[in-house]
Design a protein. Structure first.
Length: 77
């Protein structure tokens, strides 16, 4: 599965999300998504071509600064 920053995805909840940032961490691909309709963030990882939502608050706390760093590099490129 190839997902890039700025792509729009429709997930199982039938909402459209924009990919704000993505990164590789601990041998997994993680994505920071933002709901286009109500700006709710969603953090997911890729597992066998499927996006799985992350419910672990400690993990999202670790990943958020990394997502921001990647997004800033993308904006400044």
């Amino acid at each position: 599965m190839i997902i890039n920053i700025k792509d729009t995805l429709t997930l199982d909840d039938n909402n459209e999300y924009v990919v704000i940032s993505k990164l590789n961490y601990d041998n997994k691909k993680y994505y920071y998504l933002l709901d286009k309709n109500n700006n709710n963030p969603k953090f997911c990882y890729e597992d066998n071509d499927e996006l799985i939502e992350i419910d672990d608050k400690d993990l999202t706390t670790k990943l958020l600064p990394l997502f921001v760093e990647v997004a800033q590099k993308e904006v400044n490129a």
